[in-house]
Design a protein around this ligand. Sequence first.
Ligand code: SAH
Length: 229
Amino acid sequence: MREEDFIRERKELVKRLVDEGVIISDKVKKAMLTVPRELFVPDAYRSYAYEDHPLPIPNGQTISAPHMCAIMCEALDVEKGDDVLEIGTGSGYNIALCSEIAAPTGEENNSIILSVEIFKELAIFARDNLRKAGYDDRVNVIVADGSMGAPARIEFNRILVTAAAPKIPENIIAQLKRNGRMVVPVGSEFFQNLLLIIKDENGEIHRKNLGGCIFVKLRGKYGFKDYRF
Ligand code: SAH
């Protein structure tokens, strides 16, 4: 497929997501129109980049469906200049979307944008995708067990966890600034609820259930155990 075909398909997908009420804000719409999803999926699936489905990426993981990325971005309500943390880099697509809002292409910024991935192979895959798409100047990908939070003593305005957690990860919430927002799928390995967690100006936590979803499991210390047979 040629680049203009991808651009046309991207516009059509964004229009559908706006019509369906999934994309609400101009900033999420602009980010979805700007980030080329075809550069974040393996070559074999490139022609499916603008179907609204999850797709396989290396190590048996998945890049989330575009509507799920849009739902997370809308709920997070990322603002320009925000420091953003993602747990579960995968392809790098979702953090590219958030970074396009926090630190738009072509504008000065001093946002700290960090994404943590447990599989080294996927961190390499994501870094390569982010470089091709032009986000390697803003997004830092590190290899670590993010179930305990980012291995850095900083707090973030926005946090997205893109792997299913068995329970609300308190240690990740601890890295959220006041007036911060976080999204995290919480439930079993097979079905979760997407939770929006808001830390208000007094440091109090408020939760809202945004509905059912299915993510790959969070691994590591506070994730699901890896079963060996
Ligand atoms: N946000 C990704 C989707 C990622 S799928 C995208 O846009 O493509 C979930 C990812 O979480 C997988 O890559 C998986 O390897 C990673 N993951 C699972 N447990 C993790 C942990 N404890 N720390 C960091 N990453 C983890």
